[in-house]
Design a protein around this ligand. Structure first.
Ligand code: DOR
Length: 446
């Protein structure tokens, strides 16, 4: 694929670029970046081009926390539909969590995922292997074999590793490969039976609550285990103010701890559950305004490194039922960038800062050569219209999972092109006609 994206505002924190310019792509790789202040001397006759005037050109986003559901739960999502939802949302790389059926706890499952993703995936897929066999928390999984097969980190996400000795061993063992252990921080004894945040709202709805301490205690335990072992720890989906504070202290001490939050934790409170809305049922649960404010502080001061989606698609029958019985999870790939851009409009992050959280930092944490527009790297690029308003209509999601608490929200900012694996994904035909002069490669309308 040979292509020029012209006259867009390029933002790439990996190279400190924040300027209008052109990007040249040859054979699916980034060949050249010409910012306006360098003056363009490029001979362009042989290139196809996209006119990006008035639009932003960013590195393709990297989502380090996605549930692709395949193998085993293809009725919820497949590698094909999940990766298409990813490119629709501006992600060109994602990491898939191991809570499939069978669990990704050995190299055969890892290889299956990679083969399928290679053949059918719209974007790059990097599997995360389980810490323990079948995620049962009883015995370490074959981490070495899975690492060799292509796993980029290890996690029992969806479940915590309750046994502290096993978590210690996982942190010790992972040092051999310099990969992170990703902690789903939840004390199961404290959260048992809980379906939403423990507080005034759970009280008034008569629903069993999950206290903030269920998360905080495990974050603190895992930080202690990092001090003991020197292993690299990444805390998944931080939802609590006290969790942010614990991570801030660990970082101040210089411990190798990183953390992520998700758009729903800085956008919604447990009030969203009122009306027993199962679309707002997620684990960890939506918390309070105080938690949101502290998470935003954590994002802007660097305590929280990453915004990931925790994309957790479910079948409608698993959500249209009694609140107690409904599945936990939000289908997040297609709303994340727009919700992240709200942080930029609110002054919590700069646009470059948002790109760090959604592309550069996750790639760094996982040792991936992604999240950058550096010359020679894969042309994983998005072109974003920051002003485009759109209404969230779950039925129009590309993902099989229509479970979103953001239904009806009018959001601002959308990726209009996603360039990945040699294809150009375009939001709509009108735009393709207006903006694209004879597109190179495969043009796929989303
Ligand atoms: O809400 C959630 N859903 N949280 C998790 O940790 C797991 C996920 C899922 O797999 O559905």
């Amino acid at each position: 694929m040979d292509l020029i994206i012209r006259k867009g505002h390029i933002v790439d924190p990996s190279q400190g670029i924040d300027s209008v310019g052109d990007i040249v792509i040859e054979d699916g790789k980034i060949k050249k970046i010409i910012t306006n202040n360098q003056g363009s001397k490029l001979k362009t006759r042989n290139y196809k081009s996209i006119d990006a005037a008035g639009l932003y050109i960013l590195p393709g986003l990297v989502d380090m926390h996605v549930h692709l559901r395949e193998p085993g739960f293809e009725y919820k999502e497949t590698i094909k539909t999940g990766t298409l939802a990813a490119v629709r949302g501006g992600f060109t790389s994602l990491c898939c969590m191991p809570n499939t059926k069978p669990v990704n706890d050995n190299e055969t499952v890892t290889e299956f995922i990679l083969r399928k993703a290679h053949a059918e995936g719209a974007c790059h897929v990097f599997p995360i292997g389980a810490i323990t066999k079948e995620q049962r928390g009883e015995e370490l999984a074959e981490m070495g074999m899975m690492y060799e097969a292509g796993c980029v980190a290890f996690s029992d996400d969806g479940r915590p590793v309750m046994n502290s000795l096993l978590m210690r061993r996982a942190l010790e063992y992972s040092k051999r490969f310099s990969v992170s252990i990703i902690s789903h921080a939840e004390d199961l004894n404290l959260s048992a039976g809980g379906v939403m945040n423990e507080g005034m709202v759970s009280l008034s709805l008569g629903l069993r609550g999950i206290p903030a301490e269920a998360e905080v205690i495990m974050i603190k335990r895992d930080i202690e285990l990092v001090r003991l072992t020197g292993g690299r720890l990444h805390i998944a989906h931080v939802s609590t103010a006290e969790g942010v504070r614990a991570i801030r202290m660990a970082k101040k001490e210089g411990l190798p701890v990183t953390a992520e939050t998700c758009p729903h934790y800085f956008t919604l409170t447990d009030e969203a559950v009122r009306g027993y809305r199962t679309t707002a049922k997620v684990n960890p649960p939506l918390r309070t305004l105080h938690d949101i404010e502290t998470i935003k502080e954590g994002l802007s001061d660097g305590t929280i490194d990453v915004i990931a989606t925790d994309h957790a698609p479910h079948h409608r029958d698993e959500k249209i039922c009694e609140f107690d019985r409904a599945a936990f999870g939000i289908s997040g790939l297609e709303t994340a960038l727009s919700l992240g851009l709200a942080l930029v409009r609110d002054g919590v992050l700069s646009l470059s800062g948002l790109v760090e959280k959604m592309a550069l930092n996750p790639a760094r944490i996982l040792n991936l050569k992604k999240g950058t527009l550096k010359v020679g790297e894969d042309a994983d690029i998005i072109v974003v219209d920051l002003n485009r308003k759109w209404k969230v209509e779950p039925e129009r999601f590309v993902s099989k999972g229509k479970n979103t608490p953001f239904e009806g929200f009018v959001l601002e900012g959308l990726p209009v092109y996603t360039i990945c694996k040699g294809s150009i994904y375009c939001l709509d035909k009108q735009l393709a006609d207006r903006r694209s002069i004879e597109m190179a490669g495969r043009l796929i309308l989303l």
